[in-house]
Design a protein around this ligand. Structure first.
Ligand code: ATP
Ligand code: ZN
Length: 226
């Protein structure tokens, strides 16, 4: 919007894996909020830093559109949406400002357990199911492999059993979901964790000072934890 803002707005996941740890980390930075009735917006009390509670997938776009100033989101989501923008000829509108040390997982390629894995070329002509088409396509292009990317929004790990794909590219933490579906991870595309995301540039009003203050406190809180 055209109006300069004098409060900082941070988007975090409303519910899910990153919701509680994100709030706890921001609270450890000395922030506190007045709970709102609709539980979508939390008004900052100790500092002019407000929270917007949203779906994680919406966070990069909210930053790109200037609706939010910062966000806590998985690196996997941030890189996928940046890759999507760039493959459509748009410039980066957001970037990782800090790695936050929670929500660790990796974006991995998995194939049926029965396969004897010989390397990326084995995927030539195969179908690979994923919710991360930009990152998978980038990786395939880098490896010089011509495979078909099958976009699924969820339940990617059952695609091979359903005959929709031969392999998958999905988030893995323990690997239990993969082995429950007779799949094995063979290649890591991205090591991910929750990150503080912000605009590719900076802020040209009082939000810049607020963001600097928040980053100093965040770095202190992260040092105490790690
Ligand atoms: P939303 O309703 O906000 O869209 P979601 O279902 O997309 O939620 P979650 O499952 O809560 O999201 O995951 C959020 C983030 O947690 C992921 O993008 C990823 O960065 C991280 N994460 C860590 N471990 C895992 C895992 N085993 N599976 C999926 N995501 C993981
Ligand atoms: Zn999501």
């Amino acid at each position: 919007s055209a109006a300069a803002r004098d409060r900082l707005r941070i988007a975090i996941q409303k519910s899910g894996r990153l919701a509680e740890p994100a709030r706890a980390l921001l609270a450890a930075c000395g922030l506190s909020w007045r709970e709102s009735r609709d539980r979508l917006f939390c008004y900052g009390e100790t500092l002019p830093v407000d929270l917007l509670l949203v779906r994680d997938d919406d966070i990069p776009g909210l930053i790109a559109d200037g609706v939010c100033d910062l966000g806590v989101v998985g690196r996997n989501v941030l890189l996928e949406q940046d890759g999507d923008r760039r493959s459509n000829g748009r410039e980066s509108a957001f970037r990782e400002w800090r790695a936050l040390g929670f929500g660790g997982c990796r974006l991995a390629l998995a194939v049926p357990e029965a396969w004897h894995w010989e390397g990326p070329q084995q995927l030539a002509g195969k179908r690979i199911a994923t919710s991360y088409p930009a990152l998978l396509s980038q990786w395939l292009a880098g490896e010089g492999v011509d495979a078909q990317v099958v976009l699924l929004s969820g339940s990617v790990e059952i695609a091979p059993r359903l005959g929709q794909a031969e392999a998958i590219c999905d988030l893995v933490s323990s690997g239990a979901t993969l082995s429950a579906n007779q799949l094995k991870p063979v290649q890591t595309l991205i090591e991910s964790e929750a990150v503080l995301a912000g605009p590719a540039g900076g802020f040209d009003d009082v939000r810049g000072e607020l963001a600097d203050l928040l980053l100093r406190r965040l770095d202190g809180a992260l040092r105490v934890r790690n």
